[in-house]
Design a protein around this ligand. Structure first.
Ligand code: SF4
Ligand code: SF4
Length: 163
């Protein structure tokens, strides 16, 4: 099985790991990585580009991680769970980068809404209509241009201002 480096296993699976890589596999240097805890040896933060900081250690092939594999038809099949997770992530990223109106929560800065460019006449219209459905919380509006950059809007900003 070929791991697609989606990072899922090294966060969500429980496994015994070496604690201090300098000491290697010693009885007092092993610990449980619990389900949901990010392994301290996991590197990276992009789906498809995660890595393991101890893969190159001479004793790595004696660890449970080395033995791990999903059940696939052949050693050269990509991990089916990884295929699914990386595809979802790619889709989410491309959705995120779509050109259009973007609404963010002022408290958390998180994106709370997206609208196609032609859904609102201008920023004032977008704020008015989006705000009615946003329960009275404070939000900001931006326009994501075709480069994926978030641009600040004035009241009368229109989609054609952001090409
Ligand atoms: S030791 Fe490496 S392969 Fe094992 S859980 Fe941690 S990061 Fe993943
Ligand atoms: S789910 Fe598959 S691709 Fe993702 S880390 Fe685990 S083995 Fe690798």
């Amino acid at each position: 099985m070929i791991c697609l480096r989606c990072g899922y296993c090294c966060v969500h699976y429980a496994v015994i790991i070496v604690d201090d890589p300098k000491l290697g596999i010693e009885p007092g240097n092993l610990k449980e990585k619990c389900t949901g805890d990010r392994c301290p040896h996991l590197t990276g933060d992009v789906c498809g580009e995660y890595g393991c900081a101890i893969h190159d250690k001479p004793w790595y092939d004696e660890t449970p991680c080395y033995e791990f594999g999903q059940i696939e038809n052949s050693p050269t099949d990509p991990c089916r769970m990884g295929v699914h997770i990386t595809k979802n992530e790619e889709q989410a990223m491309s959705e995120k980068k779509k050109r259009g109106w973007v609404f963010t929560d002022d408290d958390t800065d998180e994106e709370i809404g997206f609208a196609e460019p032609d859904e609102y006449r201008d920023a004032d219209d977008a704020v008015d209509r989006f705000g009615r459905n946003w329960g009275g919380n404070d939000f900001s509006i931006y326009f994501r241009d075709s480069n994926g950059d978030l641009c600040a809007c004035g009241d009368d900003s229109r989609p054609e201002d952001f090409d």
